[in-house]
Design a protein around this ligand. Structure first.
Ligand SMILES: [Fe+2]
Length: 188
C-alpha cells in the first residue's frame, strides 16, 4: 500500500511538471515583438553564416586532431543551423536576410587577438576553444530569446520547433567544447 501511495505521488509530481512545461503564455501579437523577432532572426542568420567561415579558419589553425575533427563537425552543424533559419524565414513568408551583428563580430575579433597571441605555443588549442565557447554562449542566449518570442507570439508552432532544434544543438556543442578544453589540458 505504501509503495502504491509513493508511486501515485511520483506520478503526480511528473504530471504537474508536464502540465507546467506545456503551459503556454497567452499569445501576444504586438508589432514590437514581431519586429524584435525578425531583427534577432536576421542577426542570427548573419551569425551562422559568419561562423561557417570562421570555423573553417580555426580548423586550419587547430593543432590537435580531436579539436580539428570537432570543429569540422561543428561547421557542418552550423551550415544546418543557417538552413534551419532559412526554413524559419520561409514559414514567415520572408526571404532570408542578414543583419550585421556587431556582437558576434566583437567576439570574433577578440578571439582572433587571443589566437594570435598563442600561435606557436602549446596553449593555442585552448585559446581557440575559449573564443569558440564565447561565440557559442552568444548563440545560445540569442536562440533562447527567439524561442521565447516564438512561444509568446501567435505564430506557426513550427517556428518554435525549428529554433529549439538550433538551441539544443548549440548547447550540445558547448558541452563538447568544454570537454575538449579539459581533454586538451589533460594531454599535457
Ligand atoms: Fe549555430
Amino acid at each position: 500500500m505504501f509503495m502504491l501511495i509513493r508511486f501515485a505521488s511520483v506520478i503526480g509530481v511528473f504530471a504537474l511538471i508536464a502540465s507546467n512545461w506545456s503551459e503556454k503564455p497567452q499569445p501576444v501579437s504586438n508589432p514590437e515583438s514581431r519586429k524584435l523577432f525578425e531583427t534577432e532572426l536576421k542577426d542570427m542568420y548573419y551569425v551562422e553564416n559568419r561562423l561557417v567561415i570562421k570555423i573553417s579558419e580555426l580548423e586550419e589553425l587547430a593543432m590537435g586532431e580531436e579539436l580539428k575533427k570537432g570543429l569540422q563537425e561543428h561547421r557542418q552543424e552550423t551550415l544546418g543551423h543557417a538552413k534551419r533559419l532559412e526554413d524559419v524565414f520561409a514559414v514567415l513568408g520572408l526571404k532570408p536576410e542578414e543583419h550585421t551583428c556587431k556582437g558576434i563580430n566583437g567576439i570574433l575579433d577578440d578571439g582572433d587577438e587571443v589566437v594570435k597571441e598563442f600561435t606557436g605555443t602549446a596553449g593555442l588549442d585552448q585559446a581557440i576553444i575559449t573564443g569558440a565557447r564565447k561565440a557559442e554562449h552568444y548563440e545560445i542566449s540569442s536562440y533562447m530569446t527567439l524561442v521565447a518570442l516564438a512561444r509568446q507570439m501567435d505564430l506557426d508552432p513550427k517556428l518554435e520547433i525549428l529554433l529549439r532544434e538550433n538551441l539544443q544543438e548549440e548547447r550540445i556543442s558547448d558541452e563538447k567544447l568544454a570537454q575538449l578544453f579539459d581533454d586538451t589540458s589533460a594531454m599535457r
